[in-house]
Design a binder for this molecule. Structure first.
Ligand code: ADP
Ligand code: MG
Length: 649
């Protein structure tokens, strides 16, 4: 056994890098945090090859004096805290003093900087070897260039994914910092192409959460200017459509010891959701974090409003005195520990519930808060009301009964598509507001649940009984019919789709942010080789480097599925088809797949109005006796047969 000895600094730093620098996105995050901490008003990020070849972050902040440059890249050297006491109340994003040292130990790093009124200087570090500080002409601020990440740690390098995947992670890390600091102008470019240019959205009140939290409980926070600035930043990152739909939330919790915890931000209405939690942005004193408990509070608030597997979208900021949160619990500072988690959980859940109760969230209408809606008006409505509303919301989405239109008075129908496409969404289960055909009428007052809006089916529309959430039983002239709900709905959708697709491309939904989907080489080739055919189905896929495809639009009827899931399933079908000479066959097969995916499932409970709609649609279906796979959609027991079985004849 060799003797115990201290590790050389390079190894120490590489061990730290193992925790801190996982991939290019981690480098971007650390450099961005340094730039923000430096007080910069403009920060430009450029990456090449997903960040593996180059990450460059340029800021116009306060800079580093030439003689301090070597310290900046030394482990455990920081200008941000000096004492253990200060570690208890960190007001900056950085404090560990190890990011630059760690990054430099696994890359070729150049740092160039010039404080106001001083000469610029530059320092190069490559793995263990550090050069000398040399004079360099540069504008005020700091530029850090990180090249050839993991060049000296080949195992780590192997874990890097395609440039597209890595650049996706970089964009996410960039978004998290940019969201937290709307007053700073951020840009992001990949291989020379600008991905984001986020103009500054200064808040009227000014000041970041971190600063505000430092100022203590008395500060007047979250004026409307603040919310507007934030909505503008969200719009430039994630698109106007989402930003406009967001519902503002705000609350203040005064704790017993007099400290104040403020929650402000936005949540998306149930019409906007994701299959993942990556669109759940939670900032604590200006730092984007993940917190299981608060994520749980969020999903609790949406309980009954979203389908299983769908995750809410939120942009929430918490501002609290620094003593209430321990930021020194995670090497990448992605998690924090709250001094009092319970009250925080209740605050988040309570504020959202109260807001939802005072907001009309019906699909097709922009979420309209009532004028008197505040964070603490939960008392207006009991949970029973929420439940009624939630249930109604779900059934409406399922078959898209246009509750706000006069047509809602008549039973909803599985009508064929009209020529315009988006006019009839009747066949789209769970369709969202994005394709609502009519502009929303102005709303006034609190609208938790309007009796006027509920389409009550007249008794004659309820003609069948659902059994075991899978079969519909109804009386017919001849006797008794048992319908297989999934098989019938699949048939109905299939015929509607076939008519529609022969007339023109299917209705599609444009994704807010085109989604990269990683495929196997065979899947990518199959999908890209048939991109024209897929476009007819509303699915626009483009090559995105490697085996990644970029999904820009998506068949509207499959909107409740994650693009990745649907694209992979379609790819599997295409591969199975091989090079079928008959395009019709391939198309037909894809239509089967789509109808099967979009149809109600065994086990799905249906409301009376949904049953009525399904049966009405059946009348317009040519072959409603068989599902597209050839199985029967219903079985008939004649009266005669029943009589015979009961030994009446
Ligand atoms: P930390 O941010 O935890 O202090 P870093 O290794 O990230 O540790 O940075 C070390 C020090 O280098 C910082 O404390 C800061 O003084 C200085 N520094 C790093 N980046 C910048 C920058 N962009 N502008 C000004 N100073 C910087
Ligand atoms: Mg740092």
């Amino acid at each position: 056994m060799p003797a115990i000895r201290p590790l050389p600094p390079l190894v120490v730093n590489q061990i730290a890098a193992g925790e801190v620098v996982e991939r290019p996105a981690s480098v971007v995050k650390e450099l961005l945090e340094n730039a923000v901490d430096s007080g910069a008003t403009r920060i430009d990020v450029a990456i090449e090859a997903g960040g593996a070849d180059l990450v460059r972050v340029v800021d116009n902040g306060r800079g580093i004096a030439a003689d301090e440059l070597p310290l900046a890249v030394t482990n455990h050297a920081t200008s941000k805290i000096a004492t253990a006491e200060e570690l208890e109340r960190v007001g900056t994003l950085g404090f560990r003093g190890e990011a630059l040292a760690s990054i430099a130990s696994v890359s070729r790093l150049t740092i160039r900087s010039r404080p106001e009124g001083e000469e610029g200087a530059e320092l190069r570090v490559s793995g263990a070897a550090s050069g000398d500080v040399a004079p360099a002409g540069c504008p005020r601020g700091t530029t850090v260039e990180v090249r050839d990440l993991f060049f000296n740690t080949p195992v780590r390098k192997k874990f890097l994914r395609t440039a597209a995947t890595e650049s996706g992670h970089v964009a996410e890390a960039f978004g998290r910092v940019a969201l937290a600091h709307p007053a700073v102008h951020f840009t992001l470019a990949h291989n020379g192409r600008t991905l984001h240019d986020l103009p500054p959205c200064p808040a009227e009140g000014g000041g970041s959460d971190a600063e505000e939290a430092q100022e203590g409980a008395a500060a007047e926070l979250h004026g409307d200017g603040d919310a507007d600035a934030w909505r503008a930043r969200i719009a430039s990152l994630f698109g106007e459509e989402l930003a406009a739909a967001l519902i503002a939330v705000r609350s203040e919790d005064r704790r017993e010891d007099g400290s104040v915890v403020r929650l402000a931000g936005f949540v998306a209405p149930p019409t906007h959701s994701r299959s993942h939690t990556r669109m759940q942005y939670l900032l604590v004193n200006g730092r984007a974090i993940r917190d299981r408990a608060l994520q749980h509070a969020l999903s609790e608030a949406y309980r009954g409003l979203l389908l299983t597997g769908r995750k809410p979208i939120c942009f929430l900021r918490l501002a609290m005195p620094a003593e209430l949160v321990d930021v020194n619990v995670h090497p990448q500072k992605l998690e924090v520990r709250f001094a009092e988690g319970g009250p925080l959980y209740s605050q988040v859940l309570g504020s959202l519930r109260a807001k939802f109760l005072s907001t009309d969230l019906r699909p097709g209408l922009p979420a309209t808060p009532s004028p008197d809606a505040g964070a603490d008006d939960a008392s207006h409505a009991g949970s029973g009301e929420l439940e009624t509303w939630a249930k109604r919301g779900l059934s409406q989405r399922r078959f898209d009964v246009a509750a706000s239109s006069p047509a809602a008075a008549s039973p909803p129908a599985f009508r064929p598509f009209p020529d315009g496409g988006s006019g009839s969404l009747s066949m789209h289960r769970f369709a969202g507001a994005s394709s609502a055909p009519t502009p929303a009428p102005p709303q006034a007052g609190r609208r938790v649940d309007g009796p006027d809006a509920t389409p009550t089916p007249s008794p004659e529309t309820i003609r069948a009984l659902q059994l075991h959430n899978r079969y519909l039983v109804q009386e017919t002239d001849a006797g008794l019919e048992v319908i297989d709900q999934h098989a019938l709905h699949e048939r109905v959708l299939y015929e509607q789709l076939r008519q529609r697709v022969l007339a023109g491309p299917l209705e599609k939904q444009r994704l807010l942010v085109p989604e990269p989907v990683d495929l196997s080489p065979a899947e990518a080739a199959a999908v890209l080789g048939r991109s024209e055919l897929l476009a007819k189905l509303g699915l626009d896929v483009q090559p995105f480097g490697g085996d990644t495809v970029l999904v820009a639009t998506f068949p509207a009827m499959l909107r409740r599925f994650a693009p990745a899931e649907a694209v992979r399933e379609i790819a599997a079908k295409l591969i199975a088809e091989g090079d079928s000479p008959d395009r019709r066959d391939v198309l037909d097969d894809l239509l089967h797949t789509m109808s099967c995916k979009a149809a109600v499932k065994y086990g799905d409970p249906l409301t009376d109005e949904e049953i009525g709609a399904l049966l009405a649609a059946r009348r317009e279906t040519q072959d409603h006796h068989h599902c597209p796979h050839g199985r029967p959609t219903s079985l008939v027991f004649t009266r005669e047969e029943l009589d015979r079985r009961f030994q009446r004849i």
